[in-house]
Design a protein around this ligand. Structure first.
Ligand SMILES: [Mg+2]
Length: 375
């Protein structure tokens, strides 16, 4: 069947724990051992299938257990029996049925779009307004508590022609941050460097430490303080000429509207896992652009399926001009879940033109890494 009017008949879930190659420290917490994601598979009556990924992080967006329950118990009955074409209605009902759980909604919209793409033989970006770009510059984060291991990673990134790195700061102490910035400036001058505190600074530390780091002239400094400290974000922004970006302070279009009104940032990290889907992420980008703010495509601790969803979203969103951070599948996971590798070439993510998301997960890997399944 080729039409979108067919019914959705299957709703299957996997909760996965994917091993990672190293620890990573962010201001608000550490990831170690594995990262946990939830994969959703929708099946239509004609047999076509669509996949979506939810990539929660307990200290940032929510837990994998809550994501799984939101999909399994509360969203499943809103989806099975509906027509594939009714995507907007399904998303609206899901938003009303479950508060928060934005990663679950991102997985749902991704799977609906992938399914629509496979039924109609069109890439996901075609459903999001069409394609604005063929490649997206990749940024990789430097976040290992073992800085020697990150030096080896930066050598590998340089060999791979990745031009953007983001130094994660604020998880140990200021001297460690300054030492790493000095070392990067000296040994890796070819990188464009961004700095991200992930809310790591207390209010009383923020002004002196951020102004000190600003002297290294990074491309931008991101989210030094807790997400609700809008006043401190606005104050910091007024004290330096380095752009200040918001991440944890801005989840969806509602936060973006407030952030622009209160002048807390010069730009924003846009993530489908925060906004609750691809179309809401596009709304964040448009509100940012309308207010003269810049944007890049961030991500959570994701596997390739979520990277693909973000790639299609950014491909169709010209307002997102500062690249993306879809590095985990290539540089952080021991093994990704896709059948063929997420496509990065010369430091650029390549936007797929094949139907749906363009690549599919390997079902044997989903089963291998599953902690829980529900079919
Ligand atoms: Mg961030």
């Amino acid at each position: 069947m080729t039409e979108l009017l067919q019914t959705i008949t299957g709703f299957d879930l996997w909760h996965l724990a994917l091993p990672v190659v190293s620890a990573r420290d962010h201001g608000i917490g550490r990831v170690e051992g594995s990262c946990e994601i939830v994969v959703l598979r929708l099946t239509a009556e004609g047999g076509a299938q669509g996949f979506g990924e939810a990539s929660p992080w307990s200290v940032f967006t929510g837990t994998p257990e809550a994501t799984y329950a939101a999909l399994d118990r509360y969203i499943r009955p809103l989806v099975v029996g509906k027509r594939v074409a009714d995507r907007a209605q399904i998303m609206e009902q899901a938003s009303r049925a479950v508060a928060h759980c934005t990663e679950a909604k991102a997985a749902l919209e991704t799977a609906l779009l992938d399914l629509s793409g496979h039924i109609t033989a069109q890439p996901v970006w075609a459903f999001l307004g069409g394609k604005a770009r063929n490649t997206i510059p990749l940024s990789c984060s430097i976040a290992n508590p073992d800085f020697d291991a990150d030096i080896a990673l930066m050598q590998r990134l340089r060999d791979d022609n990745v031009g953007l790195i983001k130094l994660k700061t604020g998880f140990k102490d200021h001297a460690f941050d300054v030492m790493r910035l000095e070392r990067i400036a000296q040994d890796f001058p070819e990188f464009n460097v961004r700095v991200d505190y992930n809310q790591g600074l207390e209010i009383e530390q923020a002004i002196p430490q951020v102004l000190d780091v600003a002297q290294f002239k990074p491309d931008f400094i991101e989210q030094p303080v807790r997400h609700h400290h809008y006043d401190m974000m606005a104050q910091l922004r007024g004290m330096m000429d380095i752009p200040l970006l918001a991440d944890e302070s801005v989840f969806g279009p509602e936060d973006m509207t407030r952030a622009a009104r209160e002048g807390i940032c010069d730009g924003v990290s846009i993530k489908i896992m925060k906004s609750g889907g691809l179309t809401r992420a596009q709304s964040v980008a448009r509100i940012a652009a309308a207010n003269g703010l810049m944007a890049y495509g961030g991500d959570m601790f994701e596997a390739g399926l979520a990277h693909l969803a973000g790639t299609h979203m950014i491909a169709a969103t010209p307002e997102i001009t500062l690249g993306c951070e879809f590095y985990q599948a290539s540089y952080f996971l021991v093994e990704d879940i896709l059948e063929t590798p997420f496509h990065v070439e010369n430091g650029q993510v390549i936007v797929p033109d094949a139907p749906g998301l363009g690549l599919r997960p390997d079902l044997s890997k989903l089963d291998h890494y599953a902690k829980q399944r529900s079919f």
